[in-house]
Write a protein that binds this ligand. Structure first.
Ligand code: SAH
Length: 376
């Protein structure tokens, strides 16, 4: 049984437009105005489909808030700075970051909060979580104000639609979604791949028969837009997500419902759909937008470098034994290699001239503007 309210709509789309790319399918399944996953469901937490770092431990947002404060100071403590979050979910990370921001004199007063969120339902939740805070919402990063900006995203890029190339008989084809003949189910098909997509496959990797390469065009576009904004207005960006540090082959398109992996084509609109982030590609786009790039470092390394252990100790000191156990196990979950510590990674980008950022080693590129290669 694969039907869902979205199934009829997808069937009609396939009848009129032909096979759907994975990206088109993902976009419809996640953000369809009536039946999309983010527009209709409560994805987060124990009762939802998945749980994210800010929902596991308050230390996550707090440490990111302190990271922002340090970068603000590093960039000369501007009197106004946009604190931006892309895909803020329930708004928990932002709330925790703003609480921590108050510790650093002058920082909280300099902050203007901007959220980039596609789902009206989640915007309403964010408004609740952040009640008492002035917030401006945006559909895309293109309308952010012309001010120095700190731009955050946790599990944002993994939600952006991917396309899949598959290697067959020595050439790339595109995996697409069709209506299975004879029944109502959706199925897979392989179509000729457009040349502009094939051009994005990595030339340094030699594919074997059946290898899949995933391309997140929207992710590349957004990363470049964010980088242009930061390169032009000043500031930095910090993105945490699961994925691979080096571009690689593999099918990482996945669906989660009720904390279980399910078939990506089953009951579209009722499960969260994501793919691993190709951090190499993300940072390449950010570099072409004019930013200096840092990372990847693992989430475990990053949070440890920012001081998650002392923060846990401070919280535990004021907690009951039961609360202390929850605080400790939450933090462990974020940093342990067998939990989220290694699969999840952090990258950062910064305006030209910023040579170091807290939690990261030396930059992997100098910005293209500094090397004279950037003309924008
Ligand atoms: N950062 C949150 C939520 C992650 S889920 C957390 O860590 O808990 C992904 C978030 O991105 C959701 O808020 C979803 O609505 C939002 N989102 C997905 N696609 C988007 C798009 N194209 N533009 C803006 N937001 C998007």
């Amino acid at each position: 049984m694969t039907a869902s309210p979205l199934s009829a709509h997808l069937k009609a789309l396939i009848e009129t437009d032909g096979p759907l790319t994975v990206a088109r399918y993902m976009r419809e399944a996640l953000l369809h105005p009536e039946h999309g996953y983010y527009t209709t469901r409560e994805p987060f937490g124990v009762a939802g489909d998945f749980i994210t770092a800010p929902e596991i431990s308050q230390t996550f947002g707090e440490l990111i808030g302190l990271w922002c404060a340090a970068v603000w100071q590093q960039t000369g403590s501007p009197t106004k700075i946009a604190l931006v979050e892309c895909g803020p979910g329930r708004g928990t990370l932002m709330a925790d970051a703003l609480r921590a921001a108050r510790i650093v004199p002058g920082f909280r007063d300099a902050i203007e909060v901007h959220l980039v969120e596609a789902s009206p339902r989640l915007r309403a939740l964010q408004r609740e979580t952040l009640s008492g805070t002035d917030v401006t919402w945006h559909d895309t990063v293109e309308t952010l104000p012309n001010a120095p900006s700190l731009i955050l995203g946790n599990e944002f890029f993994d939600a952006l639609p991917i396309r899949q190339l598959i290697h067959r008989d020595g050439m790339w084809r595109e995996r697409c979604i069709v209506q299975d003949a004879g029944n109502d189910a959706l199925g897979w098909s392989e179509m000729p791949a457009p040349a502009d997509l094939v051009r994005l496959a990595p030339s340094a990797l030699i594919p074997a028969e059946g290898d899949i390469f995933e391309i997140c065009e929207d992710g590349r576009t957004v990363a470049e837009q964010i980088a242009r904004h930061i390169a032009h207005c000043g500031g930095a960006g910090l993105f945490l997500d699961y994925g691979h540090g080096k571009s690689a082959f593999g099918d990482t398109f996945q669906a989660l419902r009720g904390h279980q992996y399910v078939d990506v084509l089953e009951k579209p609109g009722t499960a969260d759909l994501t793919a691993h982030v190709d951090f190499d590609a993300l940072l390449e786009s950010a570099a072409s937008g004019g930013c200096t790039c840092f990372g990847t470092v693992t989430q475990g390394q990053f949070l440890t470098a920012l001081g998650i252990e002392p923060r846990v100790q401070a919280l535990v000191g004021k907690a009951s034994p039961a609360q202390a156990a929850t605080i400790r196990s939450g933090a462990r979950r974020l940093i342990e290699p067998t939990e989220m510590g290694t699969l999840f990674k952090a990258v950062a980008i910064a305006a030209p001239g910023v040579d170091a950022l807290p939690g990261f080693g030396p930059p992997r590129n100098r910005s293209m503007r500094e090397t004279g290669a950037f003309s924008g």
